[in-house]
Design a protein around this ligand. Sequence first.
Ligand SMILES: [Zn+2]
Length: 157
Amino acid sequence: MIFCSRNEDGIEKWRMVVEDIRIDPKVPICVTRRLKPIPVGKDVALQPGRGKKAIGRIRVKSCQSHARWSNVVTPKPPLPMTEFERLLDEEAHREGFRSWDGLLKWFKDHKISILDTFRIEFELLSFCDVCHAWFKEPFPGIFPSIICPKCVEEARD
Ligand SMILES: [Zn+2]
């Protein structure tokens, strides 16, 4: 999967995901939108551009049409305007953009209708130096693990 979009400051999405650069410190970059759905639970390569070598792997946690997601943020009765705008901006932060307007502008500039997209939630995987398998970091921190929990457990005493 290609993560070549850039936010309002020109920062590439792949960089934000791999280096854990966040708009809101509480909100990791964990959502993307693409034209085709991906099955939940599938691991896919994270590519910085078309034809470029993968620099990581992600696992798909949820996948729904953008239209379905829109229904979630437009309940009946409708949310107060400020709350609605806060939800959209929070969603933009999950995508690596400063604002919902900035996110929409990127789609418009690339002639993609956001209504045609699927909203995909993902998590970044780590690569185990010992067993060479991709794994989910149990306690993400400043220094990501490079050995999976299974290999750490086996190496004990
Ligand atoms: Zn391992």
